[in-house]
Design a protein around this ligand. Structure first.
Ligand code: PLP
Length: 458
């Protein structure tokens, strides 16, 4: 059993006591439906009454194994006792003062910790970092857009197809994941262009290797976008996920990121790395960008796992890039003291063993998923790093046709057997459990997943 988790003496397997949803969950969903905005995308009827580690319990006492972690947020597991303890201690001191106008130690402590955690290579002369705190992923990206424009005095931004950066106007303009997300919301923020992110499994350039795919994507930017659409001198930043999340858990070849950095340097363009989903230890390193050789983004955006479930976002930038003067950007709640305390403890736990566990269990999970690709014609691709793994569901290997309805059915049926997973992209299933999971739980998840796949195998 894993050390350093909040679940060492508690049950680690799912247990279903009622048909799903049970009566209390059903009543909750009826109340919710009457009053909650219909814009949310709840796929199956899971309600949570409590959670610990990788387990969540619904109002009817049914226990589920959580391989989604509140959309890759609960990095240290649900209600890790150490995280809860520091939140309570901070709550007894003060809840809010606003870092916009005043100072407090947990905010400065966390800024120092994050600044020192960001990739810092000789290529940039070891330039130190500075941090701006926001409340969410979208706010971090929104701030990074402003910072990139402010610093470069340029207007244009280039993001990538299938990317997801949030739903406020700036980030919605960057996002190119599902068109429904932009439906009837125009006009968007102008001067945002989109380029191709290397997705070798479905490469539109039909490249022979992932590196060829990376080159084709870079060539598109330099020889099409920069020659036919915009002069590079007008571009403030490339904005991209280090590993695409909502778009389908797509891992780029290092050649792409390193090549993009070279292109950016050539034309004085910044690189904004969206690490909202891929960061905070999920891939076995603090930032997914660290997996890709000499790649060093100018600005990193974080949120989700940063405070183990409390709302917090961060923009981490080289100090010579974060050069905006007082008054240019601020927020009342950003850097809330409870969230900062939770984030400091989260970083302790990540560095104290959970990042290592993400690598160990991630490798193990991948080694259990890979053979399923050979066993089932409906699995087209298994990809990812650490505990950010995606499985692409297709009609069959001959056609590679995306099987979105089947993907949804598999996700629903896993839930009916006590495993909580989520889809991403059009036809991918994501495995993004809390980083506290143990091998027994990986085996349990694979058993359930395999049982469900067998039901659909022809
Ligand atoms: N960026 C990425 C990569 C994300 O995955 C998300 C959310 O899923 C966001 C930004 C937006 O974060 P939030 O929902 O906290 O605004």
């Amino acid at each position: 059993m894993l050390e350093n988790t909040s679940q060492t003496t508690l049950p680690i397997y799912p247990q279903l006591l009622t048909p799903l949803p049970g009566p209390k969950t059903k009543a909750l969903i009826e109340r919710d439906t009457a009053y909650i905005s219909p814009s949310y995308t709840r796929g199956y009827p899971l309600a949570i009454a409590s959670g610990y580690g990788a387990m969540v319990t619904d109002p009817d006492g049914n226990r589920f194994l959580d391989f989604c972690a509140g959309i890759a947020v609960c990095a240290t597991g649900h209600s890790h006792p150490e995280v809860v303890r520091v939140i309570k201690e901070q709550a007894d001191k003060f809840l809010h003062m606003s870092g916009t106008d005043f100072y407090y130690d947990v905010m400065a402590d966390l800024a120092e910790r994050l600044a020192k955690s960001a990739p810092r290579t000789e290529a940039e002369g070891g330039e130190p970092k500075k941090v701006f705190f926001a409340n969410s992923g979208t706010e971090s990206l929104e701030g990074a857009m402003k910072l990139a424009r402010y610093h470069t005095k340029r207007k244009k931004l280039i993001s990538f197809y299938r990317s997801f950066h949030g739903r406020t106007y700036g980030t919605m303009s960057l996002t190119a994941s599902k068109s429904i997300q932009k439906s009837r919301f125009s006009p968007l923020v102008p001067d945002v262009l989109h380029a191709h992110y290397p997705y070798f499994y479905r490469d539109i350039f039909k490249s022979a290797t992932p590196d060829d795919c990376a080159e084709a994507c870079l060539d598109y930017i330099e020889n099409y976008l920069f020659k036919m659409v915009t002069p590079p001198e007008e571009v403030a930043a490339f904005v991209l996920e280090s590993i695409q999340g909502e778009g389908g858990y797509v891992v780029p070849p290092a050649k792409f990121l390193v090549g993009l950095q070279a292109l950016a340097k050539k034309y004085g363009i910044l690189i904004v790395a969206d690490e909202v989903q891929s960061g905070m230890g999920r891939t076995g390193k603090m930032w997914a960008a660290e997996h890709f050789g000499s790649y060093e983004p100018d600005i990193i955006c974080s949120a989700k796992g940063l405070a183990s479930g409390l709302p917090l976002g961060a923009i981490i930038a080289r100090s010579n890039v974060m050069d905006w003067p007082p008054g240019t950007h601020a927020t009342t709640f950003g850097g809330n003291p409870l969230s900062c305390a939770a984030a400091l403890k989260t970083m302790d736990l990540l560095e104290g063993g959970l990042m290592k566990n993400a690598t160990v269990q991630g490798d193990y999970l991948k080694s259990r998923l890979m053979p399923l690709k050979d066993q089932f014609d409906m699995i087209g691709d298994v990809r990812g790093i650490g505990l950010m793994l995606g499985v692409e569901i297709i009609k069959d290997k001959a056609s590679k046709e995306k099987a979105s309805a089947l993907r949804n059915q598999i996700v629903d049926e896993c839930f009916e057997q006590g495993l909580v997973i989520l889809g991403c992209g059009e036809n991918t299933i994501r495995f993004s459990p809390p980083l506290v999971i143990c091998q027994e739980q990986v085996d349990c998840a694979i058993d359930i997943f395999t049982r469900v796949l067998k039901k659909h195998a022809s």
